[in-house]
Ligand binder design. Structure first.
Ligand SMILES: [Zn+2]
Length: 125
């Protein structure tokens, strides 16, 4: 007899989050940005991290597999990359166009993309 992996609710991490769980929302307009459950770690392995951009602004980031409530508005760039091997795009809230984070696309095909949201730009993080 072969024992399989436990069968549970986590069948699709891209649609994660227990039924009824409130999504992560934009702090400015309360639009749902991303499912709260089953977040990936940042590429450096941390659950959240603080990063400083070339202008000296500090951002605490949380990674999500997807953030359907955001829209990436800039061409992918590797300039000043916080995560080696990823190109980034500025991500805005689809509701109010506030800058809420960045979409990171892996330059190698075997790594998934992710969206990092700024904790100060979302509710209840
Ligand atoms: Zn918004």
């Amino acid at each position: 007899m072969i024992l399989g992996a436990p069968r549970g609710a986590k069948t699709d991490p891209l649609k994660a989050g227990p039924p009824g769980e409130d999504p992560v929302r934009c702090r400015t307009c309360s639009r749902a940005l991303a499912a709260r459950g089953a977040r990936p770690p940042l590429p450096d392995g941390r659950e959240r991290g603080t990063f400083t951009n070339p202008a000296g602004h500090r951002f605490e980031l949380l990674a999500f597999h997807e953030a359907p409530g955001t829209i990436a508005i800039t061409p992918p760039s590797t300039a000043y990359a916080w995560f080696h091997g990823y190109a980034w795009q500025v991500a805005l809230c689809r509701g109010c166009e506030t800058h809420v984070g960045w979409r990171f696309a892996a330059l190698a095909e075997d790594r998934p993309h992710f969206v990092a949201l700024i904790t100060d730009a979302v509710e209840g993080s």
